[in-house]
Design a protein around this ligand. Sequence first.
Ligand SMILES: *Cc1c(COP(=O)(O)O)cnc(C)c1O
Length: 445
Amino acid sequence: MTKPDNPNKTRFGFETRMIHAGAAPEPVTGARQTPIYQNTSYVFHDADHAASLFNLQSFGFIYSRLANPTVAVLEERLASLENGRGATCCASGHAAQILTFFAFMEPGDEFVASNKLYGGSLTQFGKTFKKFDWHAHLVDTDDLAAVRAAITPKCKALFVESLANPGGVVSDLEPLAEIAHQAGLVFIVDNTLATPYLCQPFDWGADLIVHSTTKFLSGNGTSMGGAVIDSGTFDWGQNDKFGGLTAPEPAYHGLTFYETFGDLAFTTLSHMVGLRDLGATMAPMNAFQTLLGIETLSLRMERHCANAQDVAEFLAGHELVAWVSYAGLESDPYHGRAQKYLGGRAGSVFTFGVNGVTGGYEMGMRVVESCELFSHLANVGDARSLILHPASTIHRQLTDEQRDTAGAGPDVVRLSIGLETLDDLLADLDQALHRAAAEGDKAAE
Ligand SMILES: *Cc1c(COP(=O)(O)O)cnc(C)c1O
């Protein structure tokens, strides 16, 4: 199942790399934890050194918009955990998506993306990308024929989430990668909700992985961040779609990124052109907080998934709950894919619908407002359990049809299950459901 020839794999196990990859004791003081290099700029050895850095003839730190030593440790760590060749961190998950497409999209270009994505991504692709004259064809990526049919000659990429936010959808990465590669497209997977602990998209044919590190990777709701990781195995020269990597770059004395940097072409371009000109750099403090989070990623994900499984089973058997969409449930249509792609676990973000005499929209909002332990807010992947009514919040900017296809219809409630004592989570949801139902009955009288 794993590509035995992946040259990026090392002999160390996942948990060892969570703690050590990219980091070493700081050489001057011996400080063991990665220092926060709260620095904008770095002294050149001499004029020749400065010139060679600016010419991309040697690698080194120039200015923190391009690269920073603390951020670089996080980049190496994420590249290692995903078994990729290189990574570029940036200010948020959305910045990572812009940075990724910016490397190869020109005005008028198109790509195909799943219509079941995080609501913010649907808005970014459907509205803001149009200002760059970039066009997304949003399709049901469970329908492979529809994916094939959506690919036009101007398409350059296929984009899906491994585990989709919020609907609990698991994408069928292997055949999707095949379709993308047959058409000469780069296959991009957002691995935010699965994390590299549950899913390794490069093993299934992904070429680039994007993350919102804001979520499980930082893990405590402290730090915005994003990353794009390159497998280093995509052939950018196979067709004429990827001129950003294969055409001479005038700003760097006409060098060609793919010819000069090979399997590091995308990562070098993302720093030296993407971050240079888009400027969506990750702050060193955020990189430090994210590194701390990653040190416990496997332990937290085990607990997140175990708690989520029990909460989903509790809700599935609850008289006031109409349905639960969680791939960990045996009855769930995505259960089989969770076995294949997520090691049998299903993450900790999922949705359910509430039964009620009044409309689902009202009931959904009432349940959210009746919770005491769950925090009502727009985030996922926190140590704290979170609850949200997508239709009235994060999916508000979408049309009714877009909301329904994204799994965020009027009755949908989204949970992100945290690390608390399970019984406390069950008790809070139970009392919230009963309180919401009682209020609904009263309103209907
Ligand atoms: C949160 C999220 C994003 C956007 O990330 P930000 O860090 O909020 O910009 C993208 N994709 C998924 C799946 C997310 O959950």
